[in-house]
Design a protein around this ligand. Sequence first.
Ligand SMILES: Nc1ncnc2c1ncn2[C@@H]1O[C@H](COP(=O)(O)OP(=O)(O)OP(=O)(O)O)[C@@H](O)[C@H]1O
Ligand SMILES: [Mg+2]
Length: 328
Amino acid sequence: MIELHALTKRFGPFTAVDDLSLSVGRGEVLGFLGPNGAGKSTTMKMITGFLPPTSGRISVCGHDVATAPREAQATIGYLPEGAPLYPDMTPAGLLRCCGEARGLRGAALKSAVEGAIERTELGGVTAQRIETLSKGFKRRVGLAQAILHDPDVLVLDEPTDGLDPNQKAQVRSLIREMSGDKVIVLSTHILEEVEAVCSRATVMAEGRLRFDGTPAELRRRSRFFRSIELHLEGSPEGAQSALEGLEGVASVEALSASAFRVFPQDKRALLPQVTALASERGWSTEHVFVDPGRLDDVFRVLTREGAQEERSGTTFEQMSADKQEVSR
Ligand SMILES: Nc1ncnc2c1ncn2[C@@H]1O[C@H](COP(=O)(O)OP(=O)(O)OP(=O)(O)O)[C@@H](O)[C@H]1O
Ligand SMILES: [Mg+2]
């Protein structure tokens, strides 16, 4: 339903989106991840016909965005970054106005506006001027405007940005609920959000795709995936070398005299061997934790400057250990 072919956008000498090709089908919820300035919003602006590409082609529901923009746009609901709105209108007035622009009239318009208000929980503020609404409510008006005409394609630029935790959860479940018969493309800086709502995750950096796969595959990329953190009581002698000697163990890192992190070879499951060794040696375990993988590490490795594209094989295993908060 969305086809991007060799899409490129240059601003003067700067290339914001670089030769991007992607195809997204009905039922897919595709998440764009990437650092600030990666080109996520620029890509979304081109998909929705808001910004013309420098080169390349975009087709949405079979309509070429360059030659048939109205037909393409009729199929799209778009929540732009920052959700620009008319501040002196009320949510109800704005939604009616957008509905009319979408060609809705009479009972169809009324039911579309009421439906969008209900789904975005705007009932209490429909008659309040938009400029007096809080940030999260403004964002929800933007979302209501995007889903108003029940479009086949939704392009949502950071849909949960600025929402409180309850509203984040509500918007995520709304996205999941709508996903069945639509194609949804969203961007986010919340790495866990991709797992919560997306069937497909892409990572962009410097205008290029660095990863395209499922959220589970993304997490698997972490060097911590299936590593085992083992905290023992006391400091049993020879524990590290015994762990290192287990079949399938790649390496063992001592976290303290009594705590170890055991890394598997080939991302295999190690828990049975580790617990068997502990009982054989009579070690008392205080705490055992199988790491599900860490998205922030994967993100950092995939997006660091000069990193190779996913297709050409990354060196993500050699990631540095420094901790840096990348989700917000
Ligand atoms: N109109 C413009 N003129 C010049 N440069 C632009 C323009 N629009 C975007 N850029 C540049 O293109 C790059 C990509 O911007 P874009 O907004 O697509 O990033 P993003 O991935 O959405 O980032 P963020 O996570 O901060 O929203 C940035 O370096 C930005 O400064
Ligand atoms: Mg952006």
